[in-house]
Design a protein around this ligand. Structure first.
Ligand SMILES: N[C@@H](CCC(=O)N[C@@H](CS)C(=O)NCC(=O)O)C(=O)O
Length: 244
């Protein structure tokens, strides 16, 4: 049965976390907000579900998945659901839990990245919160980026399987999330990433490996993969970047 992904049509945003999993798994899915010609598709279809339709809990915000009568909201929960359903998750119960925690931490990091350009309020333009964004960016680049990247690096290093992945033996949705983070940070903070990426060789190698997985590579080269932009979570504002 087809699984439906609901997210804003024109940005990668948080929708990219479940989307990457669906693509990497070769899942039969529909990207609903991009499908104006499908019943229940387009932005109107997404908004209807957000308002609440009979039989579903109304999610607070996209992304969310609809799989038959199951609705899964939150980017981390959606990526987890798709990963576990389509075999891109560890089998072992302990590692399955660990993968879930990694995905939620990745979602926390995405929020921190977003809050660099919107430190005061989501409803304000970046231009209206620039001094605060500059302060936040300095702290994010100096403290938070290295802290998160070091954490991922250690997970790979200390994973007893020694297969270069974050958890378990095989590539999982947790690794796909890290790939998206690395790509996004390279886009939004190119100078900072160039300065520190070499400190996290396992992270860089894992991101490279994800990008060359045949289904992921095909997706990345397709029109389905939207470009990063200054409307998404990761935004390339040069004034927020720096080597230090
Ligand atoms: N923690 C949620 C955050 C969801 C979220 O903030 N979605 C954004 C798009 S990336 C949105 O449309 N938010 C609308 C709102 O917060 O009012 C997740 O990871 O899915």
């Amino acid at each position: 049965m087809t699984i439906d992904l609901y997210y804003w049509p024109s940005i990668q945003g948080r929708g990219e976390f479940p989307r990457l999993v669906l693509e990497a798994a070769g899942a039969d899915y529909r990207d609903m907000a991009r499908l104006d010609d499908v019943e229940g598709g387009g932005i109107d279809g997404m908004m209807a579900l957000l308002k609440g339709v009979e039989g579903f809990p109304a999610p607070f915000a996209p992304p969310f998945l609809v799989d038959g009568d199951i609705l899964v909201s939150q980017s981390a929960a959606s990526a987890t659901y798709a990963g576990e359903k389509f075999g891109l998750a560890p089998e072992d119960a302990v590692q399955r839990e660990w993968a879930r925690a990694i995905a939620i931490t990745t979602s926390d990091l995405a929020t921190e990245v977003h809050d660099v350009h919107h430190p005061v309020g989501n409803g304000l333009y970046f231009e209206d919160q620039k001094p605060e964004a500059l302060r936040r960016a300095k702290e994010f680049r100096g403290e938070r980026m290295p802290k998160f990247l070091k954490w991922y690096e250690r997970l790979i290093e200390r994973n007893p399987a020694k297969t270069g992945v974050l958890v378990g033996r095989e590539l999982s949705y947790a690794d796909l999330g890290l790939f998206q983070i690395v790509e996004g940070l390279r886009y939004a903070f190119p100078k900072r990433m160039a300065a520190i990426e070499g400190d996290y060789p396992r992270v860089a190698e894992l991101a490279r490996r994800v990008a060359t997985e045949p289904r992921v590579a095909a997706y990345l080269g397709s029109p389905r993969r939207l470009a990063f932009s200054t409307d998404g979570i990761f935004r390339a504002y040069p004034e927020l970047d720096g080597e230090a």
